[in-house]
Design a protein around this ligand. Sequence first.
Ligand code: C2E
Ligand code: MG
Ligand code: MG
Length: 390
Amino acid sequence: MNRIKLLVVDDETDFAEFVAEVAEQMDFEVLSTDNSEEFAMLYNIDINVIVLDLFMPGIDGIELLRFLYENESHASIIFMSGKDTSVLHSAQKLALQQGMTVLGILQKPFRAEELETVLSRHILRSDTKDTEKHDLPSQDELRQALENEDVSVVYQPQINLTSRKVIGVEALLRWKHPTKGEIPASYFIPLAETSDLINDVTVYTSKAAIKQLGIWKRDGLDLQMSINFSPKIFDDLDLPKKMATYTIEMGADISKIMIEVTETAIMSDVTRYMDILARLRMKGFNLAIDDFGIGHSSLQQLVRAPFSELKIDRIFVSKLDRDQECRTIVEVSILLAHKLGMHVVAEGIENKNIWNILCELGCDQGQGYWMGRPMPAREIEGWMKNWSSL
Ligand code: C2E
Ligand code: MG
Ligand code: MG
C-alpha cells in the first residue's frame, strides 16, 4: 500500500514531532528536516505534502517556495508560523499565484484537530483510489449515512462546578460505518464542511437534539441543550425562524437551547453572523462561543456579539494541572468572560485535579471525560442518578 508522503520543515523539534505524530496517526509517512540542504535532498523523493514553517533561522520559507516552483513540485503545501497571520496569507497568495496547491495555513500554536482538518483536505483531494487506499469514507457515504440514519446523536453532561448540579448536555454526532467502524467527528465534520453537506449535519443534530429536549421536558428532566452550529448554516437568513418553529413543535423551550459557534465562524463574515446571531438571541436562544482561545480572537467582536457563554477549549483545560501557560490562559479567559457578563464552561476536564483548579479559578461549569463521556440519550438519567449519589 502506498502511503501519502509528508515532509515537515521546521526547526522547532517539539512542533515537528507534534506534526509527525498527528500525521502518522492519519497514516501518512512522515519525514522531517530543519535545514535547507537536507530539504533539497529529501525533496528528490516523491513528496505529496509539505508542512512548512515560514520562519526558520538560516532558511527562507519564500525561497523554498521558489525552489518547489522551479522543480515543478506537485506537493501540496501547508504553511505554519508563530508570527503574524498576514505573512501566512501573503505566502499563501504567492504559492497560489504560482499554481501550487495550498491545503491551509496554521498559526502556531495550533491543536491536533486543526492539523487533522487541513491534512484531511489532502486525503479528500486525492482520487477515489486514494480514499479507498486509506480506507476513509467519502462525502457520499456520509450523505447516505445521514439519509439512512446510520448516524446518532450522543449527549455529554455539563455540570455546575460549585453545586455539582447537572445543567445540561452538549449534543454530538456519531457515525458508525457498517464496515469501517466508528468514524471520528474530527474527520467527518471537516469532510462535511468542504461542502453544503455540513448543513445537513447541523440540521440532523439540531432536530434530534431539540426533539430529545422535548422528550426530557415531558419526563420532568430540566436540562439545557447545547448544539454546535457550523459557519455555513448562517447563510440561511430564515434560520432563527425555522429553529423557533421547530422547537415549539417539539414541545421544548427555546430558552433551554444554547447554540455554540466557533470564533472562526464569527470572524469571517461579520455582518451576516451578527445579524443572524442577534435574531437568534431575540427569539430567545442562548449563544455560546465554542473552542475559545484557539481561533482568531477579536475582543471587539466578543464584546459586540450577544454571547452568554464562553467555552474554553480543551487544549488548555486538559493541561491545566501541568502547564503554567495554559493555567494563565484559562485564568484570563474566566476573568474576561465574567467582566463581559458571560458564564464560563471548561471543556476537557479529565481528572479531579483539573476540576479542583477550575473551582479555584472561579470557572462556572465543566464538561469532560472525568465526569461523563458523551452517551446515548437513554443513559443520561441513569448517569445523573449515579452522579448525584457520588
Ligand atoms: P466541540 O464542540 O468542542 O465538542 C467537544 C469535544 O470534546 C467532543 O468531541 C467531546 O467528545 C470531546 N471531549 C469532551 N470531554 C473531553 C475530555 O475530557 N477529553 C477529551 N480528550 N475530549 C473531550 P467530538 O464529539 O469528537 O467532536 C469534535 C468536534 O466536532 C466538536 O467539538 C464539534 O466542533 C464537532 N461536532 C461534533 N458533532 C457535531 C455536530 O453535530 N454538528 C457540528 N456542526 N459539529 C459537530
Ligand atoms: Mg461544542
Ligand atoms: Mg469546543
